[in-house]
Structure formats: structure tokens, C-alpha cells
Design a protein around this ligand. Structure first.
Ligand code: ATP
Ligand code: MG
Length: 708
């Protein structure tokens, strides 16, 4: 055992040793981040195999996500390269195997209804389609994306919590008729006794059912493993705990490792309370605590520890470290969120080793802009849960269609696609008339010739035609402005958000991300190509895991990982805690804010040497406020007299133009794309600047971000 310790380079502390050497029976290890929980699981597995002669095939390692299971696999390989493989997986994949086995025995056909839609004409073939259909049936209106998400979470919750039908009402859900929709959803899936429809949650409930119904099957799985070890158990739900309980029933060789302060999935029914009641389930259990952090500098450990202590609903712990002192935790607040992206690219390009750094954010929407900057700076990155939905968002499609029409204004099909967005220009009937005509000449002129056109329509269409003429050959950034302001797109979005319940902030976010990408492109074709390029880059970035690349990740997916340098982004109010966290809390439910704080804490505790917290005052043209969590850290790390003055540091050129009054004819300017030039004059659209390649007209707000 001592020899092994030296080989691995870790000197286990007393508690870790106790956990590793613990004989048979249940063991709970409740410990702080970076205290060596995962390390201890690995060492215990090594010990079981090497010293106690347990067959590696009879050990099962379980963790929360597939990515975490892969990480455990690799860690194990690195620590014990000579030992045979051990089976690490999620409970879901174990349940999946049980369900397949069970249904095969019962000779039942089944179909998974989660994942890609195979047959969109069959509404029962896909969970989302099915829920949308049922919502429509009960509420006589279309379901919004938000309602779909809420409904989906509700169903997940009641099933993961193993709630009987009569208790479904105890779970809050804002969707009208949620209980009835859920009941009908469950009934439809079981309607055909020959062919079951199953979603991911059914895998869990059905696996448990199989264990309860089929003694032989249960025995088979119980006999398969002699030891079960579960990491990140604070994120395990009741149905998952119940499956584990069944599996270890005969021998109770269960090692559960968790940190209640890192529980970030209670919205998906994780049940950290179970850990605090562990003794009730296993009266014989040994319970160990660990508070020494081996990962981070004292600056990071102290800030994180003071931070999480504000949560009331927790198991009292006091994280400390004996590691060497390092840099103070840093807080930076930029004028605008573009500055944050520019700063990151600048900072990351200085790294010797890209893999040392991680950029963490709460929502995926931030990642597009960051990725755009990193790609320009030629910084390789790895994105585990990359989300390409941005590129197929209807707003992106709309903007591209507007642009396509500027290239070929004869196309009726393109006009039809965008006409709805140009509020009230033409009626369905007029569109129908238009489509009957041969596609000759400008679609606007053809429209203007329609006899049914009313005067006010004629005026609007003339306006639209002029807007399109101004767009022709323009810089993409300016074209998007024209689409928004003069073609009526902004108004259309507002109406849609009012009528269909889309979040207007999100729509603006998508648009402003597009604008940011457009800013650095000189033509519309280049802009469209850039979008394609970014999309494919995003798709391939998940293969960069083993390259020397910066990690971009959501806070949720960063759990369990560690990096020398960590940047936490977008620390503004309404992002973390999110609007819905705050709303839930206003209803008297204290937990959502504490859960958001735990998520923030998970992010902070990923850092080994340096932790930077980034925020800004403006996003997409609106003022933003700092996250209350950022203010909390600021209070912890700065003495009172400095608390008000965390002034922004502008990462760009110190001479960057920031005031309109700085502008004057003849002044020399530098533009990121066009190079140096001289201001020739002002026009209603902005500035005219003479560059070596010719005179350009640039929007005023664009010029304001130029370096001078
Ligand atoms: P998290 O809660 O974030 O999942 P954890 O408790 O699982 O963290 P580990 O990832 O196992 O912590 O360990 C954190 C770091 O501390 C690792 O780099 C590990 O090698 C190191 N470490 C763990 N135990 C010791 C020890 N006894 N001596 C020195 N280093 C250790
Ligand atoms: Mg861990």
C-alpha cells in the first residue's frame, strides 16, 4: 500500500486512508471540493483489487454524467495503468441495461421517444411532439418553448422523486393543466401493451420496477457486483438511490462520496437530503468528513469557503488548505460584454499551455461570441457540451434571408419568408397574388403594382424598398441595423415576444451576438461564410479534448474538474442567479438562490492557482448590474474601503475612442479590419473614413469601439 502511494505521488491523509482501508459495508464520505473525494474512490478501487483480491469486473463505479464517467475512466487508467479496466458509468446506463434485459424477457417491444425525431408525422414518436400535442389539446393554444421545458422538468421531477399520482399536485408547475397533461402523457406511453414508449426517466422508474417485480433479474444484477462506489452522489435522485439500494442489498458494499455544497441538480430532482439521512437507510454506515483542500491556493479556498457559508441549508463544513499562497482572486468589470470577450482572447493568448485554462459560463449563449474571438486569435479550444442550436435559430435564418434578398430582389420565396417579420406589409391574399406572377423584376415593384394595395401599404412597401436599396453591398453590421430599425424587425420581435411568450432578452441576445460577429466582416457573403465556419468549428471542438486547448464549459459541466487558471464569465444579475431563480425565491422558496450560489461555488473551486471573475455594465445595448454573488465575493476579498471601487479595466488600446466629442474631421483613426484611415466627414449614417482601400461609411456606434 505504501509503495503504491509513492508511485501515485499522493500521500493520503488519515481520513482518506480510513476510507481506502474501510472493510465491507456502507461508507459515506462527505467532503469539501478538492479534498480528494474522487482520488479516494480511485485509491479504494486500486486497494480492493490489489490488496483484497477483488475481481475488477465485480466493481462498479457510478457517477452523475457520461462525461464525468469518462473522466473517472481516464483518471483510473492514469493512476493504475497496469490494472485491468473497471466499469465506470452513469446510473442511467446501468438502468438502460436492466430495462433492455427485463423487456426482452417479457417479450415486449419498446421505443425510445427522446433524442432525434425519426418520424415527425407521428406525434407519439417524440417526447416533445407528444407534450406539445397534449398541451394544445388541454389548453387550446400552442405551447411555447419555455412551457415545454417547464413541463418536461415537471414530469422528470415527479418521476425521479417517485411521487404517487395523488402527490403530483405538490410539485409546483406554472404550465396550465400540468397534472392532467402529465397523466395523459404517462397513459399514452403505456397504451399499447405490445409496444411501450419510453423516455429517459422511464429508464430509471422501469429499472426499479423490474427489480421489484422480477426476483431473478434482481439477483442476476446483485450477483454481478461485489462493490459499488458512487461519486458526485449529491446529484443522485431518489429513484437512482433506490436502484442503488436494491443492487447492494445482499452485501451492502456501498461507498458513497458527495459534497452537499456542490449539489446543483435539485431542479432535476437530485436529493442531497438523502445523504444527511444516510444512517437511517444504513444504520451500520461509517461516515467520514474531509475539509482539507489540496487543489487550490489559500486565496481561492478562503474566498470560496466564506462564500458558501452564507448558505443556510447545508452540512456545516470548514474548508481549509495548507497549500502555498498564490495570487489574490481577481474581479474585473468591463464597460461592455464585448470587452470581456476581447480581454479573454488577449489573456488566453499569453498562456504557455492552453490546457491549463478554463472559461466557465452559466448559459451556452455566451460561448458563441467567446468562440468567435478565440478563433480570430487562433487559440484552440475544447467545448464538451457544444450547442449548435444558435446557428439554426430562426433569427439567424431571418437575417440571412434578408441579406439574400439584397443580392437578388426578384425572389418571391425569400420575400414570403421575411414578410411576416416586416409587420403588416402585405396580406395573405396579396402574397398569394404575388406568387402567381412570373418572377421578373424586383419583388417590391411587383408588389407596388398590385391593384389591391392600400395607400398605407404602398407607403410602407416604398419604405421597405428604400431600406433594401440602402442595404445593398453594405457592411453586414450596418445591414443588420437597417433590418432591425428600418425593415421593422425589432418591432416584429417585440410583438412576437408579447404574443408568443418568447423572452425578448434572449432574442436580443441572439441578434446582438450576430451583430458582434458581423462587426468584423466586410461583406455579407463573408459574414454568411463566417457563420458556417463557426458552426463547423463548434461541432468539431468536442474532439479537441486531448489537444492542448482551452476548455470552454458551462458551470454545470465543470463539476469534478480542475484547471490552473479559471475565468468565470457574465457575472451579472439575471444570469447568475438567473431571473427564474429570483422569481422562485420571491414565491417564498429559498432554495433556488442557494442552488445558484452552489453553482457559483462549484465554478470557484475548479481553480488551482488563479481565479478571475468577470462582469460588465452593458450588454446588447442595455445596462446590466453585477451579480449579487460577485458583490458577495468582493466583500469577502476586499477591505471595506475598496468595496465600491472595482473599476473596469479596459483591455483594448488605451487611446480607444470612447466619446463622440473626440471625433473631428481630419483625425487619424485605426479600424480593426480596414486598418488606418482619416475621418473625411459625417453623414446621417455615421462617419466617412478614407482608408487606403477607399472611403467607407461606418455607423457611429461601430466607430466608437475603434482603437485610435
Ligand atoms: P471535487 O469536489 O471538485 O470533485 P474532489 O474532492 O473529488 O474534488 P480530487 O479531484 O480527488 O478532489 O482531488 C483534488 C486534487 O487534490 C487532485 O489534484 C488530487 O491529486 C489532489 N489530492 C487529493 N488528495 C491528496 C493528498 N492527500 N495529497 C496531495 N494531493 C492530493
Ligand atoms: Mg471529484
Amino acid at each position: 500500500f505504501t509503495r503504491k502511494k509513492r508511485e501515485i505521488g499522493v500521500n493520503l491523509n488519515e481520513v482518506q486512508k480510513q476510507a481506502v482501508l474501510h472493510g465491507d459495508g456502507p461508507l459515506l464520505l462527505l467532503a469539501s471540493p478538492g479534498s480528494g473525494k474522487t482520488t479516494t474512490i480511485m485509491m479504494r478501487i486500486g486497494h480492493l483489487i490489489e490488496e483484497r483480491g477483488v475481481d475488477p469486473e465485480r466493481i462498479k463505479g457510478v457517477t452523475f454524467s457520461k462525461a464525468a464517467a469518462d473522466d473517472m475512466k481516464q483518471r483510473y487508467k492514469r493512476m493504475f495503468p497496469a490494472l485491468p479496466e473497471v466499469d465506470f458509468s452513469t446510473i442511467h446506463s446501468l438502468a438502460f441495461a436492466v430495462v433492455c434485459d427485463y423487456l426482452r424477457k417479457e417479450q415486449k417491444v419498446w421505443q425510445l421517444i427522446e433524442g432525434p425525431v425519426e418520424d415527425p408525422s407521428d406525434y407519439t414518436a417524440n417526447k416533445k411532439l407528444l407534450l406539445r400535442t397534449l398541451f394544445q389539446r388541454f389548453n387550446k393554444e400552442a405551447m411555447t418553448d419555455d412551457q415545454l421545458e417547464e413541463m418536461s422538468n415537471y414530469i422528470s421531477l415527479i418521476k425521479n422523486k417517485l411521487l404517487p399520482r395523488k402527490k403530483w399536485g405538490s410539485v409546483v408547475c406554472e404550465v396550465t393543466n400540468a397534472e392532467q397533461i402529465a397523466a395523459e402523457y404517462e397513459a399514452i406511453k403505456r397504451k399499447d401493451p405490445e409496444k411501450l414508449l419510453l423516455d429517459y426517466d422511464d429508464m430509471l422508474t422501469l429499472a426499479l420496477e423490474a427489480f421489484e417485480q422480477d426476483r431473478k433479474l434482481l439477483k442476476k444484477y446483485q450477483q454481478r457486483y461485489d462493490h459499488l462506489l458512487t461519486d458526485e452522489s449529491q446529484d443522485t435522485s431518489l429513484v437512482q438511490h433506490a436502484i442503488v439500494e436494491k443492487l447492494v442489498e445482499p452485501h451492502q458494499n456501498l461507498c458513497v462520496v458527495a459534497d452537499d455544497d456542490q449539489s446543483i441538480y435539485t431542479w432535476r430532482a437530485a436529493e442531497p437530503q438523502y445523504l444527511l439521512d444516510f444512517k437511517k437507510v444504513y444504520p451500520e454506515a461509517k461516515i467520514l468528513m474531509m475539509e482539507q483542500n489540496y487543489r487550490s491556493t489559500p486565496e481561492i479556498v478562503n474566498a470560496a469557503n466564506e462564500f458558501i457559508k452564507r448558505n443556510k441549508n447545508r452540512y456545516e463544513k470548514n474548508m481549509f488548505t495548507e497549500n502555498e499562497a498564490g495570487e489574490p482572486v481577481s474581479i474585473k468589470v468591463f464597460p461592455d460584454y464585448e470587452d470581456q470577450a476581447a480581454y479573454l482572447a488577449q489573456e488566453l493568448s499569453k498562456l504557455d499551455n492552453y490546457r491549463d485554462a478554463a472559461v466557465l459560463y452559466r448559459t451556452n449563449s455566451s460561448s458563441i461570441l467567446i468562440m468567435n474571438e478565440l478563433e480570430r486569435a487562433r487559440i484552440p479550444f475544447y467545448m464538451k457540451d457544444s450547442d449548435v442550436r444558435f446557428f439554426s435559430h430562426w433569427i439567424v435564418e431571418d437575417i440571412l434571408n434578408f441579406m439574400r434578398l439584397t443580392f437578388n430582389n426578384t425572389r418571391t420565396d425569400l420575400f414570403e419568408k421575411i414578410s411576416m417579420k416586416c409587420l403588416g406589409y402585405v396580406t395573405r391574399q396579396q402574397l398569394f397574388e404575388l406568387k402567381k406572377q412570373p418572377e421578373e423584376g424586383s419583388v417590391f415593384d411587383r408588389l407596388l403594382n398590385l391593384s389591391s394595395l392600400k395607400d398605407y401599404q404602398r407607403k410602407q412597401i416604398n419604405g421597405l424598398k428604400r431600406a433594401f436599396e440602402r442595404m445593398e453591398g453594405g457592411e453586414p453590421y450596418r445591414v443588420i441595423r437597417l433590418i432591425r430599425e428600418q425593415a421593422g424587425y425589432d418591432r416584429a420581435l417585440e410583438k412576437m415576444s408579447e404574443n408568443l411568450g418568447f423572452s425578448i432578452e434572449y432574442l436580443h441576445d441572439v441578434l446582438s451576438t450576430l451583430e458582434q460577429i458581423a462587426q468584423k466582416e466586410t461583406g455579407m457573403v463573408a459574414f454568411a461564410n463566417r457563420l458556417k465556419q463557426l458552426e463547423s468549428l463548434l461541432k468539431t471542438s468536442k474532439f479537441n479534448k486531448h489537444e492542448n486547448a482551452v476548455t470552454l464549459s458551462t458551470l454545470h459541466s465543470s463539476k469534478g474538474l480542475e484547471f490552473k487558471k479559471v475565468y468565470m464569465l457574465d457575472l451579472i444579475a439575471d444570469v447568475i442567479p438567473s431571473k427564474s431563480d429570483v422569481k422562485e425565491q420571491d414565491k417564498g422558496n429559498k432554495d433556488p438562490m442557494e442552488e445558484a450560489a452552489r453553482l457559483f461555488y462549484v465554478g470557484m473551486t475548479r481553480a488551482e492557482k488563479e481565479l478571475e471573475l468577470l462582469s460588465y455594465r452593458n450588454r446588447a445595448g442595455s445596462k446590466t448590474n453585477p451579480s449579487p454573488f460577485l458583490l458577495r465575493v468582493n466583500k469577502i476579498i476586499n477591505p471595506p474601503e475598496q468595496q465600491q471601487v472595482y473599476e473596469s479595466r479596459i483591455p483594448q488600446n488605451p487611446n480607444a475612442l470612447r466619446r463622440v466629442s473626440d471625433l473631428e474631421v481630419g483625425r487619424k483613426v485605426k479600424h480593426r479590419v480596414f486598418g488606418t484611415g482619416r475621418i473625411e466627414g459625417f453623414s446621417e449614417d455615421g462617419l466617412e473614413i478614407k482608408f487606403s482601400k477607399g472611403t467607407k461609411r461606418l455607423a457611429l456606434d461601430l466607430c466608437l469601439t475603434m482603437g485610435l
